[in-house]
Design a protein around this ligand. Structure first.
Ligand code: B12
Ligand code: SF4
Ligand code: SF4
Length: 315
């Protein structure tokens, strides 16, 4: 039943076969575990999905600063959400002694948005986000696979209608079709997951993003209703001066970025991203920092710095 569901395992396989996962090798590994949650947790009879908002209304970007996707501005969410899902499992165990379950938070091969759609938590927007009419899409998903037969909720209808704002706003044209994201073109993929040099064709589109990207959510009318959540302790502002990003990555990566999801890009990734955004900034004050990196022994950083210098000097 699941196999040919829109956005289900067959859609996932097409996505991988077309190379849309880019260099995220783990997304192509053992595709059969994505066929059904039962492969991941054999006793599973039901999935329970939870949403946790992490951000309120979008703010306008600050000129000349490097932007950080808002999900990454707080302490890493994985542990917080796992604890919530496990608390729910303990509660279910108290109601139904002997209940077995397993929590998933982002990093498992469970297609979380697919199960959340089945659970009636939202519809898949044309930007491929799970979108709720009540809280928009700035939320995390987590959940449980359990061995209990629970009464299913009804999926809710798609409310995108004729709107295409997200597809039109994407700076790197990453949507080959509505609800299909070619991750190998996505700013979030380049700045978070991709190691090494960023292909030249995408550098200008990355603009001022130094970690992740929220453009296709910021333009979504349903995010007018997004709500902040005190559960997540704020660590970083949504944007930082670019020289500050570079300095923090150089000297304080562990202290400043390690407690947050930004850690995923690693120090080298953040240096590369800051150098790239400097090139896009149009601000000649970044020239000395770029000159310093233009001869760096790390060829990814030196090449990026030279590209950015050339772009600034061309302006
Ligand atoms: C790999 C990954 C990425 C990759 C690839 C994203 C992608 N679209 O696949 C990259 C690095 C680019 C990425 C970026 C982001 N991610 Co991410 N990511 C994941 C991860 C780990 C796996 C996703 C996956 O399996 N992709 C494979 C593709 C095929 O699956 P999918 O996109 O989920 O595809 C669904 C749709 O395409 C849909 N679909 C396709 N065709 C059709 C047709 C119809 C009719 C319908 C109804 C549906 C439909 O169904 C598919 C399966 O459910 C999940 C966590 C998880 N385990 O699920 C988080 C997750 C999807 N990411 C999340 C977040 C927050 C983000 C970012 C917002 C972060 C940021 N600000 O930079 C961006 C958003 C980009 C975007 N527009 O989607 C959240 C999304 C929450 C939500 N509200 O939807 C998740 C669920 C993590 C979490 N636990 O909270 N991510
Ligand atoms: S996150 Fe940014 S680059 Fe990725 S699909 Fe959305 S708008 Fe495009
Ligand atoms: S911007 Fe429009 S098309 Fe895109 S997800 Fe939101 S409502 Fe749907």
């Amino acid at each position: 039943m699941l196999a040919d569901e829109p956005g289900g395992p067959a859609a996932y396989k097409d996505w991988v076969d077309q190379g849309m996962h880019g260099t995220m090798g783990y997304m192509a590994r053992d595709p059969s575990v994505r066929d059904s949650i039962v492969r991941w947790f054999p006793p599973a009879k039901s999935a329970v999905l939870l949403t946790f908002s992490y951000s309120g209304k979008p703010l306008p970007p600050k000129a000349g600063e490097g932007r950080i996707a808002r999900y990454a501005t707080s302490d890493d969410y994985h542990g917080v959400l796992r604890a919530k899902a496990e608390a729910l499992l303990a509660w279910l165990g108290a109601l139904r002694p002997g209940t077995q379950g397993k929590a998933f938070v982002d990093s498992s091969p469970v297609l979380e948005r697919l199960y959340a759609r089945f659970a009636g938590l939202g519809w898949i927007g044309k930007n491929s986000m799970l979108l709720s009419p009540k809280i928009g899409s700035f939320f995390f998903l987590t959940g449980l696979a359990v061995d209990a037969e629970l009464e299913p909720d009804e999926p809710i209808p798609d409310h995108c209608g004729d709107c295409n704002r997200c597809i039109q706003a994407c700076p790197t044209d990453a949507f080959p079709a509505p609800r299909v994201l070619d991750a190998s073109r996505c700013v979030a993929y380049f700045t978070i997951e991709h190691r090494g040099s960023i292909p030249v064709a995408f550098r200008e589109g990355i603009g001022d993003w130094v970690f992740g990207c929220d453009v296709c959510q910021e333009v979504c009318p349903f995010n007018r209703f997004a709500a902040a959540n005190p559960l997540f302790v704020r660590r970083l502002p949504e944007s930082l001066p670019l020289e500050g990003v570079l300095e923090r990555a150089e000297r304080e990566f562990k202290e400043v970025f390690k407690p947050t999801p930004v850690e995923r890009a690693r120090r080298r990734g953040m240096l590369r991203n800051a150098l790239l955004a400097m090139g896009n900034s149009g601000d000649p004050r970044h020239i000395p920092a770029l000159e310093r990196y233009a001869t760096d022994p790390d060829s990814v950083l030196s090449e990026q710095a030279r590209w950015s210098l050339e772009r600034l000097r061309r302006n």
